[in-house]
Ligand binder design. Structure first.
Ligand code: ADP
Length: 211
């Protein structure tokens, strides 16, 4: 099964993907993670996109689509994949049709005020990528990773100015995809303001044809 996770930043797409992929044997493809790993490894692509990510703006459709198309050519996708963070614009959705078949689009529905609260409290372990929240999912020792003991960091784009910009970009460029996929009959909407575990269970039921 090939699915798209669609929703604003901070809706819990990454957290839900981590649960669902285990249970359904899907590969989680997050364009944000792909860009961040290119930045960390200082690849040519990473150098090209670093400033764009820090500002909270979008990488060009051309660069992003090429990266996803290449990733989907790899041989580890026999049970299917979750696309998280892609497509984010109508041109990206049009392009995706040329190189992949999508079975369902999961909309993570959540009020934007909830998202600001979630994102501004998000902290990350720099080496493992594990995510915490200062209020909802704090580490055992404030400011440090439970496993590695490293100091947690805040992503540049989780700082307030960048959050506002990301939400603005989401509303203008990505939200129109909800109507786009509704029209194609692929859209399934779930309430993402509840726990990630609950959203994950709903998606698993959906995959089994139970809802
Ligand atoms: P978020 O928490 O905003 O969902 P992601 O980790 O998905 O964050 O993405 C981080 C950044 O990577 C985005 O703000 C954008 O700069 C870039 N990015 C990710 N996916 C795309 C995409 N499909 N098109 C353009 N830029 C993207």
């Amino acid at each position: 099964m090939n699915i798209i996770f669609l929703g604003p930043p901070g809706a819990g797409k990454g957290t839900v993907a981590a649960i669902v992929k285990e249970q359904l044997g899907l590969v989680h493809i997050s364009t944000g993670d792909l860009f961040r790993s290119n930045i960390k490894n200082e690849t040519a692509l990473g150098k090209q996109v670093k400033a764009i990510l820090a500002s909270g703006g979008l990488v060009s459709d051309e660069i992003t689509c090429k990266m996803v198309e290449e990733r989907l050519k790899e041989k580890d996708l026999e049970h299917g994949f979750i696309l998280d963070g892609f497509p984010r614009t109508i041109p990206q959705a049009d392009e995706l049709k040329k190189f992949a078949k999508i079975d369902a689009v999961i909309e993570f529905a959540i009020p934007l005020e909830d998202v600001v609260r979630r994102l501004s409290g998000r902290r990350m372990c720099p080496s493992t990528g594990r995510i915490y929240h200062i209020e909802f999912d704090p580490p055992k020792k404030e400011g440090f990773d439970d496993e590695t003991g490293e100091p947690l960091i805040q992503r540049d784009d989780d700082k307030e100015e960048a959050i506002r910009h990301r939400l603005d970009v989401y509303t203008k460029q990505t939200e129109p995809l909800i109507a786009y996929y509704k029209k194609e009959g692929l859209l399934k909407t779930f309430d993402a303001s509840v726990s990630s575990k609950h959203v994950a269970q709903c998606i698993i039921k959906l995959s089994k044809g139970e809802i």
